[in-house]
Design a protein around this ligand. Structure first.
Ligand code: HSE
Length: 333
């Protein structure tokens, strides 16, 4: 058996779920993969979060250097959220010789080139399956398609919170504020849910997909973005009368000129489209390749358990393949 030391940066909703899943799934993962994943260190500065997590207090540190000095550490899971210090910490962890697994779409989308370069320089893996599509094995499939196809379009629902809100408003006539509060309670929303409802979260995810699609670092602010705060019950009712629903759609389309058209916006989706039937915290992304044609990937795009599932898979993959798991191309400007 291979012993694998894991550290978690951040004990928020996702970090706590990863800590629990590491323990509960230890035997199953060992049996399936030959890897014994052991939580060796945790970075958390909020005392209430640290005590609520029910972990050995000795493994909790309030500075990164202490975490990185832990014996037997192999993989650092970054789930701090937000841009900084998360992006700097990822680079520091890679420079210190550890593989990094992240769910942090904001930090990654804004610093993708720098983080990938640090991983290559250090010969370590940067894995980010949980950053787009939550528990869906989306990036692994997407990158497999990209390896042999010219991908011309990526289009879909990539934010669970807004999809939950729009679904609740459409099916049960729920009020916007109540649906948002429930999405927060279920652990779908960001700590600041304006990131979800204003479309920033979807833009970060689309920027990551578009960067992988184009081989250049696509920044989130290149994306034309509209959130769902302006969607009214009347809009939803009108859509229903026209035979469809309103969904927050993220889109990257490659034009004949080779330019990418990038947008996140609420759109009318007719009922004869698969995306119209993707509800609650589910995401669905259609990838169109010139060899494979259209492929749709769907599953729970938000929530502590599905996200922890993607993170644990990435830890296993980081240990198996290390830097070989990274995108092969540098992300140019
Ligand atoms: N807040 C995000 C969402 C979490 O609702 O999709 C998953 O990235």
């Amino acid at each position: 058996m291979q012993r694998v030391g894991v550290a978690i940066l951040g004990l928020g909703t996702i970090g706590s779920a990863v800590a629990t899943a590491l323990e509960e799934r230890h035997d199953l993962i060992a049996e399936r993969t030959g890897q014994q994943l052991v939580l060796r260190a945790v970075f958390e500065r909020t005392p209430e979060r640290a005590s609520r997590a029910n972990l050995d207090p000795d493994i909790i540190a309030t500075d990164l250097a202490t975490v990185l000095s832990e014996d037997g550490l192999d993989v650092v899971v970054e789930v701090l959220g937000r841009e900084q210090p998360a992006a700097d910490y990822m680079v520091r962890c890679l420079n210190a010789g550890f593989h990094v697994v992240t769910a942090n779409k904001e930090a990654l989308s804004k610093h993708f080139a720098e983080i990938l370069a640090a991983a290559k320089q250090a010969g370590r893996g940067i894995l980010f399956e949980a950053s787009v599509g939550g528990g869906i094995p989306l990036l692994v499939s997407y990158r497999q398609i990209l390896a042999t196809n010219r991908v011309t379009r990526v289009r879909g629902i990539v934010n669970g919170t807004t999809n939950y809100i729009l679904s609740q408003m459409a099916s049960g006539g729920a009020a916007y504020a109540d649906a948002l509060a429930e999405a927060q309670r279920l652990g779908y929303a960001e700590s600041d849910p304006s990131g979800d409802v204003e479309g920033f979260d979807a833009a970060y995810k689309l920027a990551i997909l578009a960067s992988l699609m184009s081989g250049r670092h696509v920044l989130p602010d290149e994306i034309i973005r509209t959130g769902i705060t302006g969607v009214t019950p009347r809009d939803i009712d009108d859509a229903r009368k026209r035979g469809g629903v309103i969904k927050l759609i993220a889109k990257a389309e490659l034009g004949n000129d080779g330019e990418l058209a990038l947008s996140v916006a609420p759109e009318f989706v007719p009922n004869d489209e698969l995306l119209a039937h993707v509800h609650a915290n589910y995401n669905a992304i259609e990838v169109v390749g010139d060899c494979v044609g259209p492929v749709v990937l769907s599953g729970q795009g938000a929530g502590p358990l599905p996200t922890a599932s993607a993170i644990l898979s990435d830890i296993v993959e980081a240990v198996r393949n290390g830097a070989a798991a990274n995108p092969a191309f540098p992300l140019g400007a």
